[in-house]
Design a protein around this ligand. Structure first.
Ligand code: NAD
Ligand code: TYD
Length: 349
């Protein structure tokens, strides 16, 4: 029996993918690895049904650790790799680019090396991001042939990793895929990203930080639709292919913040949650103005489309955070608090 190796399983999208995959394929097994950084929490996987837990094995490992990764390949026959593990937050990458280079570039390089040695025809899917394309003006969208033009240390490290993945296809014939998705939202997203951060602060009547004028645009996709797309590319995609994934769902940040306020007010009846909490704060350096994805290729070649409408997805996400307030407080205890106090404390006053 072979396992699918999934990296970053204790993070936001990785944990959602484990739920998705074990539910959909009742005979398949996953070996999940994660270094359990501040963003990785095994509690994210605690709701796996008992039957599915038996098909999931967790190994704590850092993807940059050559020996640890090699040991996994030696011990467990691996049929393929879905690679989510990364440092993923742009603001952190501005303060500590080194950890992004280490995990996102060197870690991906290490995995590729081991994959080349041990995979024996198995496939490697690199979960990348639309941020590698840089920024758009008021119109247009990113296609798979848009030139790479990353602006943050985060997106530059992801673009670098993508180039390594491509090189392993071109040089060694490793069957790889690269997926580039727009911003995700949904359960288990660490509350340093826009949507869960705004939900948490609003519930606590704390200031809601909006960077600059708040008119930056992101294309939001429900996390399960992203998982579906990854699954489809892994099973039916063309090796060496790049697939853009997006929801055709563009929102200005300020409008998302206002929407969350109104939905939270509706769900809780708490009038203290209102727009007076909004604070325009200093803009993020190198802030990309607009992202929009042209996902024609995955739609026409693989028949993918988003299943969850934004009104449904955002409401169910808000309900999830309302019923998981303990989870939120638990995952942000410790290191997160310190980081934000040191780097953003002043902004929120
Ligand atoms: P996340 O930060 O929630 O999770 C990342 C996980 O990787 C964490 O569990 C962390 O512990 C683990 N990790 C970090 N460094 C590691 C290391 N050296 N070794 C092993 N594990 C390590 O991130 P996410 O939002 O779930 O993103 C997952 C992937 O999807 C990333 O590659 C990201 O670039 C990509 N992506 C994210 C979005 C988004 O909107 N969140 C959109 C497109 C693509
Ligand atoms: P984020 O969730 O960090 O994702 P990304 O930077 O990868 O797109 O941020 C989404 C958008 O929201 C981005 O334009 C930055 C902005 N933002 C705020 O205005 N305030 C915040 O507190 C955060 C975290 C983000």
């Amino acid at each position: 029996m072979t396992d699918l190796l999934v990296t970053g399983v204790a993070g936001f999208i990785g944990s959602n993918f484990v739920y998705h995959y074990l539910r959909r394929y009742p005979d398949d097994t996953i070996i999940g690895i994660d270094a359990l950084t501040y963003a990785g929490n095994l509690e994210n996987l605690a709701s796996l049904p008992e039957k599915e837990k038996t098909r999931f094995r967790f190994v704590k490992a850092d993807i940059t650790d050559r020996q640890a990764i090699e040991n996994i390949f030696r011990k467990h026959p691996v049929e393929g790799i879905i690679h989510f593990a990364a440092e993923s937050h742009v603001d952190r990458s501005i303060h500590d680019p080194g950890s992004f280079l280490r995990t996102n570039v060197l870690g991906t390089g290490n995995l590729l090396d081991q994959a080349r040695k041990y995979l024996k025809g198995g496939q490697f899917l690199q979960v990348s991001t639309d941020e590698v394309y840089g920024t758009l003006g008021a119109t247009g969208s990113f296609s798979e042939s848009t030139p790479l033009d990353p602006h943050s240390p985060y997106s530059a490290s992801k673009a670098s990793a993508d180039l390594l993945v491509k090189a392993y296809f071109d040089t060694y014939g490793l069957p790889v895929f690269i997926t580039r998705c727009s911003n995700n939202y949904g359960p288990y997203q660490f509350p340093e990203k826009l949507i869960p951060l705004i939900i948490r602060n609003a519930l606590n009547h704390q200031p809601l930080p909006v960077y600059g004028d708040g008119r930056q645009v992101r294309d939001w996709l429900y996390v399960d639709d992203h998982c579906n797309a990854i699954d489809l590319v892994y099973r039916k995609g063309t090796p060496g292919g790049i697939y853009n994934i997006g929801g055709n769902n563009e929102w200005e940040n300020i409008e998302i913040v206002k929407l969350i306020i109104s939905l939270l007010q509706e769900e809780t009846g708490d009038l203290g949650i209102n727009e007076s909490l909004i604070r325009h704060v200093q803009d993020r350096p190198g802030h990309d103005r607009r992202y929009a994805i042209d996902s024609t290729k995955i739609r026409s070649e693989l028949g993918w489309k988003p299943e969850i409408s934004f009104p449904d997805g955002i409401r169910s996400t808000i309900k999830w955070y309302l019923t998981h307030r303990d989870w939120v407080e638990h995952v942000i205890s410790g290191e997160y608090q310190l980081f934000y106090q040191e780097n953003y404390g002043a902004r929120l006053g």
